[in-house]
Design a protein around this ligand. Structure first.
Ligand code: UD1
Length: 417
């Protein structure tokens, strides 16, 4: 079993390139099913979740090639309509294939995704949207069986701006007859990226990245598609939190500063120097950090729930009390008991966490309970005195492309053992 070992207390200096976005490449891989030609995707992160998505495409009959950060998909001959339970379980977000399979084959059979580390993960909004488009969906023996001879454009009013439900709706609506209007759509930058990719495929998607998205159904244009996936804003947030907590002066490249404004605003409030270029951000953390105003996680453009754990870890080093209010996921404080093992002083009342800064963090054996909880442990361990061994790092590897290697380049004493 591999662990990440960190000897903390080293300041971070240098330049780090942010990888492509996990949450963007997954729906784009799913959408690639719709084209008849070849899809070439650049800036793909090397992650176990991406490998799981590739396995699903292969199972569906696609041919795929992975060279460096480029993935090529040949989906013309894919005709299978089922995703086996084992593959569904490998990646929780595999439900993102539902709309695309249905659109391509007219039928889809997927096992029901269960809960996950963050609590129950319902898919009612995905199913309602696909039913609105004309799909018949029933549950049978733990499977979802979906049929749609033809999808028909319609109005989809999402009760919550769910990222995944917005993406499934957009992809399925591309293959529908007529126009679909999605209201209360998620506005995350990854939705904008999916919209750009679908437009490049020849579909007509307007408003992706705003709360009203219009999709004119049709056919993809003939020929191949080549696209570069956007940078990962949560990976960027994690590096920035790491530099804030451990101190130092780092520059992130391959980042879209406009997409991480919520994070840079908080870091400035904490006393960090933030200098933004067109596609780079420099973070300078030299003086003692101050607790920021309360942070409430919200759908984009609010503070991202995925950045809450690593930012909480950075706030352990800030003077004063930092308050975090988690509104998106029920079970998103699982890093807190682990951080306490390192000396953190954090009180929790329901969905509110109060972080008393200034405690002296020390190394400890800890466990990554989920992806971003693992990121929080890395951030805390970099700032702590002594050795931290993080186990269950498979969670971290779902979403970070060689995090130990990148942090080592910045001067951290970190190794995957
Ligand atoms: C995506 C991201 C994840 C991020 C989350 C919120 C991917 C692969 N994952 O997850 O990293 O943390 O957005 O920014 O892009 N909900 C329902 N019914 C549904 C769907 C969602 O009640 O059918 C609820 C969820 O339980 C949650 C909230 O809506 O409380 C937001 O979830 P959603 O935006 O759908 O997150 P994901 O797309 O699963």
């Amino acid at each position: 079993m591999s662990i990440i070992r960190i000897n903390g207390g080293k300041r971070l200096y240098g330049t780090v390139k942010v990888s492509g976005s996990k949450n963007s490449v997954l729906p784009i891989l799913s959408a690639s099913l719709l084209t008849e030609g070849k899809t070439v995707l650049h800036n793909c992160p090397n992650l176990s979740d991406v490998d799981a998505a590739i396995k699903i495409l292969n199972h569906l009959g696609c041919k795929t090639e992975k060279t460096g950060d480029t993935i090529t998909i040949y989906s013309r001959d894919s005709q299978a309509c089922d995703v086996p339970d084992s593959l569904m379980r490998e990646m929780r977000s595999s439900v993102i294939f539902l709309g695309a399979i249905l659109a391509k084959v007219g039928m889809a059979v997927l096992s029901m995704p269960g809960g996950c580390e963050l609590g129950p993960r319902p898919i009612d909004l995905h199913l309602k949207a696909l039913r609105d488009l004309g799909a018949e969906i029933r549950e049978e023996g733990g499977n979802l069986i979906c049929h749609a001879k033809e999808l028909t454009g319609c109005r989809i009013d999402l009760a919550i701006p769910s990222v995944g439900a917005t993406e499934n709706s957009m992809i399925a609506a591309c293959a529908a007859k007529g126009t679909t209007i999605i209201t209360n759509a998620a506005r995350e930058p990854e939705i904008r990226d999916l919209g750009n990719f679908l437009n490049l495929m020849g579909y007509k998607v307007h408003g992706a990245g705003t709360s009203v998205i219009t999709v004119m159904g049709g056919k993809p244009k003939p020929g191949d598609v080549e696209y570069t996936v956007m940078p990962d804003r949560i990976v960027a947030a994690t590096y920035m939190a790491a530099a804030a907590g451990a101190g130092g002066d780092i520059t992130l490249t391959n980042v879209l500063p406009g997409d991480v404004e919520c994070i840079t605003k908080v870091l400035r409030q904490m006393g960090c120097g933030i200098y933004m270029g067109e596609d780079n951000i420099r973070v300078v953390s030299n003086s003692p950090l101050k607790a920021p105003p309360p942070i409430k996680t919200m759908p984009y453009p609010g503070f991202p729930t995925d950045a809450q754990p690593p930012m909480m870890a950075a706030c352990l080093m800030a003077d004063g009390t930092s308050v975090f209010i988690e509104t998106i996921f029920e079970n998103r404080f699982r890093h807190i008991p682990e951080l306490r093992r390192m000396g953190a002083n954090i009180a929790v009342d329901g969905r509110v966490a109060m972080v008393k800064g200034g405690a002296k963090l020390h190394g400890a054996p800890v466990r990554a309970t989920d992806l971003r909880a693992g990121a929080a442990l890395v951030v805390a361990a970099l700032a702590a005195k002594g050795q931290t061994d993080i186990s269950d790092i498979k969670h971290i590897e779902r979403g970070y492309d060689d995090l130990p290697g990148a942090l080592r380049e910045l001067g951290a004493d970190i190794a995957r053992i």
